[in-house]
Design a protein around this ligand. Sequence first.
Ligand SMILES: NC(=O)C1=CN([C@@H]2O[C@H](COP(=O)(O)OP(=O)(O)OC[C@H]3O[C@@H](n4cnc5c(N)ncnc54)[C@H](O)[C@@H]3O)[C@@H](O)[C@H]2O)C=CC1
Ligand SMILES: O=C([O-])CC(=O)C(=O)O
Length: 343
Amino acid sequence: MFRSVARSAAGKHLLRRGYATESVPDRKVAVLGAAGGIGQPLALLMKLNPLVSRLALYDIANTPGVAADVNHVNTRSEVAGYVGEDQLKQALEGCDVVIIPAGVPRKPGMTRDDLFNINAGIVKGLCAAIAKYCPNALVNMISNPVNSTVPIAAEVFKKAGTYDEKKLFGVTTLDVVRAKTFYAGKAKANVADVNVPVVGGHAGITILPLFSQATPKANLPEEDIKALTKRTQDGGTEVVEAKAGKGSATLSMAYAGAIFADACLKGLNGVPDVVECSFVQSTVTELPFFASKVRLGKNGVEEVMGLGPLSDYEQAVTSVAIGVFTLAASSIGFAVVNRIAIP
Ligand SMILES: NC(=O)C1=CN([C@@H]2O[C@H](COP(=O)(O)OP(=O)(O)OC[C@H]3O[C@@H](n4cnc5c(N)ncnc54)[C@H](O)[C@@H]3O)[C@@H](O)[C@H]2O)C=CC1
Ligand SMILES: O=C([O-])CC(=O)C(=O)O
């Protein structure tokens, strides 16, 4: 449904923000896990996004308060809070984009895989509801371990007969955000001008920043590239340790999640050349899911882009990461089939 807002206050705001269109489509976005550490700032950032007309905030507790709070912000969207499974249907119906940061975060000493048992069950339940109530929505999976929660979501959607590989995304934008920040610091570049693709997955050495393709070019020495790569791969752990038991990245993740959801909305609205890195179904390597640059369009993924030219170092770390993935894939398969009862 299209609603002309060009002459309204919201329309003028959109024009000022560079979203110049005669009419802006109505778009409903849901955040599942909206009362959490990521969910709350992400709810605020999505409320600030002029492309959103309805914002549904769902959690198992506390969303009425978050929704009442965020709803007073002076932007276009109407915000509603939904709490508990009974209200999941209402939260999801009519959604164009569903963002999932529901699930437990890491504590120091844990890997993302340690979250699997709890988060796989949470994601499975939420995806079953998505299949039922908004099967055409783009799903932005934030819950960890992303390398496993995305294949689990795919399995749930396949069983429900709603799977569309163009509509399922593992959100790896925080890896890109970190790679840009760290590179800008080392290259003494303005971070706003920096671009760094990050491919692979979202855990330790599966996170592969491609600094050889970073712009602006800085010709950093090999040891700097190795240090930047390691820092990007360990970025999540850096935050987990600094928070010392109080969770993992929330604010930078909300920022990254908002960037990715905005890109999805722009793609849906037909904005050309919207490209972000994401963990998607892929034929770029032999692995079924892999993060790489993805062109977003009116149906979600329009093109999964290749890796481009890799340096010798990047080729070596990519081979190692693919090995790790292949090993893990057997356990993901086992988990999906045997440990998680797919409806
Ligand atoms: N993809 C990425 O780059 C990143 C992913 N994460 C992951 O995001 C997830 C959330 O992290 P935080 O927000 O810090 O955790 P949190 O514990 O602060 O919030 C999680 C929220 O999920 C809710 N929740 C639990 N079960 C639910 C269900 N069945 N339905 C709806 N909501 C449910 C909880 O009530 C809570 O409000 C974690 O798994 C974390 O590892 C965190 C940072 C980066
Ligand atoms: O490290 C974690 O557990 C959370 C996360 O995925 C990140 O910050 O990249």
